[in-house]
Design a binder for this molecule. Sequence first.
Ligand code: 5GP
Ligand code: ZN
Length: 113
Amino acid sequence: MEDCIFCKIINGEIPSAKVYEDEDVYAFLDISQVTKGHTLVIPKKHVKDVFETPEEIAQSLFARVPKIAKGIKKAYEPKGLNILNNNGQFAGQSVFHVHIHLIPRYSDNDGFG
Ligand code: 5GP
Ligand code: ZN
C-alpha cells in the first residue's frame, strides 16, 4: 500500500525499533510510548481494520501476541499489560493498517487509563 506508514515500516523505508518479526507479522515500538515498551503488532499484508481482516490474517496476527507479550514482560518487567485495537476514526484509529497495541502497565499511575 503506497501511502501507508506501517507498510513503509515493514519495507524498511521508515525506520522502526523492531520487537519481533516473522513471515507474517511485524512488531515494533510505538513512536509515542504511552508507557515504556508500548508495542504495535501488525500483519505484513496490508489490511485496513478488523472489518477488512480475513480470518487467516487474524489467526497469524493474534497467534503471535502471547509470544510478543512474553518478550515484553521479560524485557520491561511490567506488572500487567493491556491489549487493544482501534477500528475506524471514531474509535480512535489514526493509522489505517490494522494493528494491536500491547501496553505494559507499571502502576495505576503510569500515564495510561
Ligand atoms: P491508532 O491510533 O491508529 O490505534 O494507533 C496508531 C499508533 O501508531 C499511534 O500510537 C502512533 O503513535 C503510532 N505511530 C504513528 N506513526 C508512527 C511511526 O512512524 N512509527 C511508529 N513506531 N509508530 C507510529
Ligand atoms: Zn499498510
